[in-house]
Design a protein around this ligand. Structure first.
Ligand code: ATP
Ligand code: MG
Length: 423
């Protein structure tokens, strides 16, 4: 039996890959406009980084990591998300010695052993940004505004921004007490996962996707109503800055994010246009993360955006692949084919996209093939033309044909660049 790709992975074929390139270019351009610079971290890290940085009790660490041991000694895991590694790299490479804040972005594959379904893969791709070194609420708003700007540029309309504050260690303690008292009265109807969350991370019960849990939570107390003075003020400033930047948002007290290291600001961009997996982008502030993984005390904020989901949303709206083939050289006969082989390379050296036949096609088939490739011009070479030093060039759009000099490829290129001339 033929070997197939692993479940939950997919090949990105040429008919789709050009869309990825387009999206990635849009993203890179936007990031440089906002002065974010690219960071590339390894595809795998010490497992401990994710256990501490993502959280022992999260679904990611509990069930979704690809973990392997190197010669039975050290444990490594493929990166399930981008933030922990960026924060590690910030400390390890002493990026705190640079002028702050440090504004970074990444485009990376991520790996999670989840049940594959529409919009959910085992290898998927994230665009993410992280800003390290400032607690300023203005940066929270900038990070959110950058994502909103990308959606705007891609002409995505049906997407909502939900924001929330998940407080800090200080205010969460009192809130957890209130929340747990409430949840205790609902324990018998909560799902198995939520019963565990009740003990270890009660706030995560709020974003459980089970309908019965959501129904039981109608009257639940929310963190936003229990914020300490500092968190309250920060949240107010984030909202004010979003308004200044004209970013529309809705407060959703149930946005808590799946990762343990979030503090204060948490947000999601959600759409109903691509089915059940509608969260395109999720992020928040993680002021405690760096210390948690043994780095310097450093505040930070960022987001992760799923590129497969983004592409599902915009795929059809992206510009069609442009025909870039400028000259196809059709040849008849051995000598002409050799000349074609020489000329395509010389044309490419001059930055002109050129192609020839490699399948011993007849002249008629080569003309059809050139048309299929979307060639703008076809240069027709036969042994006679080579001897005469001139050949026919056909404009495939207008059908117009004229004779051009091919005595030297340099001359031909110069003529071509000046607009094809009659010989
Ligand atoms: P979900 O609720 O869909 O499981 P999540 O909370 O696990 O998402 P994050 O860890 O915040 O997601 O990752 C950020 C983004 O990465 C998500 O909003 C989504 O767009 C994308 N993403 C996460 N997991 C997958 C996956 N298995 N396949 C494709 N995209 C994914
Ligand atoms: Mg998930």
């Amino acid at each position: 039996m033929a070997i197939t790709a692993p479940k939950g992975t997919r090949d990105i074929l040429p008919e789709e890959s050009y869309k990825w390139v387009y999206l990635e270019e849009e993203i890179r351009c936007l990031c440089s406009l906002y002065r974010y610079e690219e960071i590339r971290t390894p595809m795998f890290e010490k497992t401990e980084l994710f256990v501490r940085g993502v959280g022992q009790e999260t679904d990611i660490v509990q069930k979704e990591m690809y973990t392997f041991e190197h010669r039975d000694k050290e444990s490594f895991s493929l990166k399930p998300e981008g933030t922990a590694a960026v924060v590690r790299a910030y400390g390890e490479n002493k990026l705190y010695t640079l002028p702050q804040p440090v504004k970074l972005y990444y485009l990376t594959p991520c790996f999670r052993a989840e049940r594959p379904q529409k919009g959910r893969y085992r290898q998927f791709h994230q665009f993410g940004i992280e800003v390290l070194g400032t607690k300023s609420a203005g940066i929270d708003a900038e990070v959110i505004a950058l994502a909103a700007r990308l959606f705007k540029q891609l002409k995505i309309e049906n997407i909502k921004l939900y924001i929330n504050s998940v407080g800090c260690g200080k205010c969460r303690e009192a809130y957890y007490h209130t929340l747990k008292t409430f949840l205790a009265t609902k324990l018998d109807v909560l799902c198995e996962d939520c019963q565990k969350r009740y003990e270890k991370n009660p706030m995560r019960v709020l974003d459980c996707k089970e309908e019965t849990c959501q129904a039981a939570l109608q009257e639940a107390p929310y963190m936003v109503d229990y914020l300490c003075e500092e968190c309250e003020e920060h949240f107010a400033e984030v909202k004010e800055n979003l308004q200044l930047m004209q970013v529309a948002y809705e407060i959703n007290p149930r946005i808590v994010r799946g990762l343990d290291y979030y503090e204060k600001t948490a947000f999601e961009f959600v759409t109903e246009d691509i089915g059940a997996q509608g969260t395109i982008c999720g992020g928040g502030r993680y002021d405690g993360l760096s210390e948690l993984i043994g780095g310097p005390k450093t505040p930070g904020i960022g987001f992760g955006m799923g590129l497969e989901r983004l592409l599902m949303l915009v795929g059809d709206k992206l510009p069609a692949k442009k025909a870039a083939l400028q000259i196809y050289i059709a040849s008849m006969g051995r000598q002409a084919e050799k000349k074609a082989q020489e000329m395509v390379e010389q044309l490419r050296a001059q930055g002109i996209c050129a192609e020839k036949d490699f399948m011993q096609r007849s002249l008629k088939s080569q003309m059809k093939y050139a048309d299929k490739l979307g060639a703008e011009n076809v240069l027709i070479l036969g042994d006679e033309e080579i001897n005469a030093g001139t050949a026919e060039i056909k404009n495939m759009q207008t059908g117009e044909q004229c004779r051009v000099s091919i005595k030297t490829t340099e001359q031909f290129v110069a003529d071509y660049k000046a607009g094809v001339k009659k010989a």
